[in-house]
Design a protein around this ligand. Structure first.
Ligand code: ATP
Length: 298
């Protein structure tokens, strides 16, 4: 499992693990069975026009309610300027996915604040906040229904999505060409009951879904590359363009291009800087992580 993209209006972020393998199933059920603790549709909504998407985690302390004795974050602070790409790296279990759970307000910090454009996210309307967050996982979950339905699922109100919007999202996500090879096109049923897709194809559908959610931008990009790997990366680049982005344990190529790499260990950010700078630190954690080759060097 590698990445999920979260995008908040003008801002988007990539992270992993929210739903990973077997753990995914159990965590998903855990979430579905939880009684809502939030006053779900109350709170402030930021002005779309002045909305920037800058994020700040300030002195955040957090432990999961089920394991209060195990602190995940201890004085975790991280500033993410609007429109920047931040790669969050760290050993397995360091809490990378938890950062995103806190951002989505699946949980709230024990102390400290998380703010969006200077507003504590606890003051914001959770429905609005989540509507601004799009995610893409390297192991995306597709439902056993049509490709069109899988893409429309990303929208706040899937029923109101037009065929044209779905087609455009598929095109921007580099999914249109392979979808057209199926006789039923966007109506093709995928998953157990239908066509089985490759990993890269699934990812591009997931990117189309995220694009629809965080608002499509007009097509105007260059020619498509024939290679699958490139098609996914190019689709991701389009999704990330003009948004604030979190990447978790993403492809090395994307980490290298991040404005900032933040290294998480034992609840804190211990290193922060450009990929090249961090590699120069002889005893640095980032260097150690890179040596382990736990990243795909694509
Ligand atoms: P990986 O790189 O392996 O995906 P990660 O850095 O994303 O790891 P998290 O998934 O954020 O790590 O998990 C951080 C810690 O919190 C782990 O020790 C994990 O076991 C624990 N944890 C995660 N979810 C829960 C939960 N719902 N209840 C209790 N503990 C949890």
């Amino acid at each position: 499992a590698f990445w999920v993209g979260v995008s908040i209006g003008g801002l988007s972020s990539f992270y992993s693990e929210l739903m990973k393998g077997l753990g995914a199933g159990s965590r998903l059920w855990e979430l579905l069975e939880r009684e809502p603790e939030l006053p779900f549709n109350e709170g402030a909504v930021l002005n779309e026009k002045s909305f920037q998407g800058a994020l700040e985690f300030k002195n955040v302390h957090f432990a999961y309610p089920a394991r209060p004795e195990v602190p995940i974050f201890q004085d975790f602070s991280l500033s993410i300027p609007s429109g920047s790409v931040t790669a969050l790296v760290g050993p397995s279990g360091a809490g990378k996915s938890t950062v995103i759970s806190l951002l989505l307000r699946l949980y709230d910090p024990g102390s400290g604040t998380i703010s969006l454009d200077g507003h504590d996210i606890r003051q914001l309307n959770p429905v609005w906040l989540r509507s601004k967050i799009g995610t893409v996982s390297q192991e995306p979950i597709l439902f056993s229904c049509s490709i069109a339905e899988n893409i429309a699922y990303g929208a706040d109100d899937p029923a109101s999505v037009t065929a044209e919007q779905i087609e455009q999202a598929a095109a921007v996500a580099n999914a249109a060409a392979f979808i057209q090879t199926f006789p039923q096109g966007l109506g093709t049923v995928v998953g157990e009951k239908g066509v089985l897709l490759s990993g890269g194809q699934k990812q591009r559908i997931a990117i189309a879904r995220a694009l629809l959610k965080v608002s499509l931008k007009p097509l105007g990009w260059g020619a498509l590359d024939a290679e699958n790997e490139h098609l996914v990366q190019q689709a991701l680049d389009r999704l990330m363009e003009g948004r604030t982005v979190f990447i978790i344990a993403h492809r090395l190529s994307t980490i290298k291009n991040a404005n900032v790499v933040a290294v998480l260990d034992q609840g804190r950010i211990i290193e922060c800087g450009k990929h090249e700078e961090l590699l120069l630190k002889p005893d640095g954690m980032y260097r150690k992580l890179m040596n382990k080759q736990s990243f795909i060097s694509a």
